[in-house]
Design a protein around this ligand. Structure first.
Ligand code: HEC
Length: 243
């Protein structure tokens, strides 16, 4: 979606923004982009997933990974399959693709259930499951999550930690922050040196069906709407790479 802008901003804004190693930041951004590319496959197929008359949706793990790769090529020009698999970036992309595949394969019975309309398998749920799977697969080497400003968090598992909250408050929500600019820094997480890269995401019109107004009204997923407006900071893709 905004990835080209994002990468453009990154390139232009690199020296003032980043204290982190460029290779790590580049790998983290690719990882975030692949997750977003896969999530776009789920949004694009949401009506199909929720069609009660349809059984098999054809959204196998392999099919979703293939479509995510196409989305990533379209938005960034980068074909994840051509990234050196021995590089950190290649390793992370392969791991994310595997996590996406695992989540899709595990959820086939839910997605393919005939006679059931809304199944709760919305893009945010898919993204959370995929990031949780990635975290398990990586066992402490790298993490990715989709979080949000504390006042917007629906699922506690997505709550921002202290670092993320600080970046949201003092950077992404500050009036002077350049829209779409990412934040990256080297820091420690639980005493371990790590590179952290945070990518802001903003609500589009399609998000407001659930996250918009009127505030408090229950949306199709059963959560109260946040009362957000078009263009508000809605979330953050947060990547942590341990040294
Ligand atoms: C069909 C309703 C629906 C739509 C449309 C929707 N969301 Fe959500 N969103 C949810 C639900 C439900 C969750 C909680 C998912 C979970 O259980 O992890 C969520 C979670 C999130 C989260 C993770 C943090 C949290 O609150 O748990 C972010 C960020 C987010 N949404 C942003 C967006 C953006 C940006 C869009 C538009 C591109 C969007 N959402 C569209 C229903 C929706």
């Amino acid at each position: 979606m905004a990835s080209l802008v994002l990468l453009g901003v990154l390139a232009a804004g690199l020296p003032p923004l980043l204290a982190a190693g460029q290779d790590d930041v580049d790998a983290a951004l690719s990882l975030a982009e692949f997750l977003r590319s896969a999530r776009t496959v789920i949004s694009g197929n949401q009506a199909r997933i929720n069609d009660p008359g349809l059984g098999d949706k054809g959204l196998t793990g392999d099919a979703v990974v293939a479509a995510a790769i196409q989305n990533m090529i379209t938005t960034t020009g980068v074909d994840p399959r051509e990234v050196d698999p021995k590089s950190e970036k290649g390793r992370l992309l392969a791991a994310m693709a595997l996590a996406v595949k695992e989540v899709m394969d595990a959820n086939q019975p839910v997605i393919n259930e005939k006679g059931e309309g809304f199944k709760g398998f919305v893009p945010a749920v898919f993204a959370r499951l995929a990031t949780e799977q990635f975290r398990r697969d990586q066992s402490g080497r790298a993490e990715i999550k989709v979080t949000a400003p504390p006042e917007l968090v629906r699922n506690r598992k997505a709550s921002p930690d202290a670092f993320e909250t600080d970046v949201i408050r003092t950077k992404f929500q500050s009036p002077g922050w350049t829209r779409d600019a990412v934040y990256a820094a080297t820091t420690t997480v639980d005493g371990r040196p790590a590179t952290r890269v945070l990518v802001p995401e903003y609500y589009g019109a399609d998000c407001l069906v659930c996250h918009g107004m009127p505030k408090g009204e229950i949306d199709i997923t059963g959560y109260p709407k946040e009362g957000a407006s078009l263009g508000d900071l809605g979330g953050v893709v947060s990547v942590t790479l341990f040294d």
